[in-house]
Design a protein around this ligand. Sequence first.
Ligand code: TMP
Ligand code: ASP
Length: 235
Amino acid sequence: MDKLEQLYEGKAKKVFKTEDPDVLIVDYKDDATAFNGEKKGTIVGKGVINNKMSNYVMSLLEKEGVPTHLVKELSDRETAVKKVEIVPLEVIVRNVSAGSFAKKLGIEEGRKLLCPTLEFSYKDDALGDPFINSYYALALGLATKEEIDLITKYAFQVNDVLIKYFLGIGIELIDFKIEFGRYHGQIILADEISPDTCRLWDVTTHEKLDKDRFRRDLGNVEDAYKEVFHRLGIK
Ligand code: TMP
Ligand code: ASP
């Protein structure tokens, strides 16, 4: 499968057309941004880790009944994926208080939530991805009721599978962000699942093994990504 013209360059990935109109090639970069692109940097090796980790996690989820965009890993940084129309919602699931949740509600980071939460942001960089609820999404025609119900079901299913999986390698899944797309009318999991899009803490030391090390200038950013990658045992 060959890369044809570049369709799009995002903050962390480039996307190319292929000869198959239903398939795109994603090429993961080492570029990192935070705070809606205000902070910029490079995390050496991140592209390879995020590509391979995302594919590994998506195959795991496929086996558990969550449909994903994954077609085939092509190289260290490149993967063929189903061409979807992205649903313009960032779907965030939380198990433990952290990040914007902790700040907004004045709750210390690290407090275990009584049950997982789910929230939506409207994917719009110019607006800074504002928090919205399902009524807004419906009223704006971002998704149908059926799609929102399915997205919600899949998001909690992803959470159940990943909590267990990460716990097995000594990692607590604090929260994560996922995105969905429409593929011939079906809702499937798209984008990526990586230390860029999850908060992952070591179970015993509570050390942060994710992009918060970059966002918050905590140091050892590359080491944290490598640590997650090694624990997953991906080749
Ligand atoms: P938050 O606490 O900053 O709202 O982030 C919640 C989760 O979403 C966290 O795991 C990081 C992830 N995330 C992204 O993947 N992209 C983003 O642009 C932001 C703000 C958060
Ligand atoms: N998506 C954010 C940005 O726009 C990055 C993040 O905080 O994850 O830079």
